[in-house]
Design a protein around this ligand. Sequence first.
Ligand SMILES: CC(C)(COP(=O)(O)OP(=O)(O)OC[C@H]1O[C@@H](n2cnc3c(N)ncnc32)[C@H](O)[C@@H]1OP(=O)(O)O)[C@@H](O)C(=O)NCCC(=O)NCCS
Length: 153
Amino acid sequence: MVERPIAAISMIDMRPEDLPEVLSIERVSFSTPWSAILFMNEIYKPLSVSKVVRSKGEIVGYICADQVLDEGHILNVTVHPEHRRRGVAMQMVTHVIGLLAERACKTIFLEVRMSNHAALRMYEKSGFKMVTIRKQYYAAPEEDAAIMKLDIS
Ligand SMILES: CC(C)(COP(=O)(O)OP(=O)(O)OC[C@H]1O[C@@H](n2cnc3c(N)ncnc32)[C@H](O)[C@@H]1OP(=O)(O)O)[C@@H](O)C(=O)NCCC(=O)NCCS
């Protein structure tokens, strides 16, 4: 039986050898999944934050964010379908907000599909507020994006 909340997780930097597991979660989670090259860019980009969460040795979630001056940007938050609703995303987002705050970020932005109620709710619970809607931001399927913002300071 899967316990909730998830027990004994560790959050560590994403490495190239994590990509097979990360990509298999990515492919079942998105209609336009990120490629290995996109993840490699995040792993090696100087101001990027890319973390995986492991439980009992397996990757159960990952998060990518980056920073430009005092502005953070959450780029990807994904949890393995079998481990959702166990607080993994909230733990990853909270951790990354803390890291970006330590680096003197004042605001964090992200975008999310308007139909993605799970993600919208999770980000709201993490303190983000919707600030605007970007029309036809996404393709396959075409959809508007909610732009969400968190003020840190
Ligand atoms: C969105 C996603 C990352 C949430 O991950 P998660 O680990 O299941 O989220 P958490 O367990 O931390 O949930 C935190 C809160 O968000 C809300 N939430 C999460 N999933 C939800 C769902 N399916 N329906 C409604 N609310 C949901 C709830 O308020 C939840 O708190 P609760 O469980 O105490 O009620 C996950 O569903 C996922 O990987 N989806 C596919 C990828 C994706 O859409 N990523 C975001 C792209 S911007």
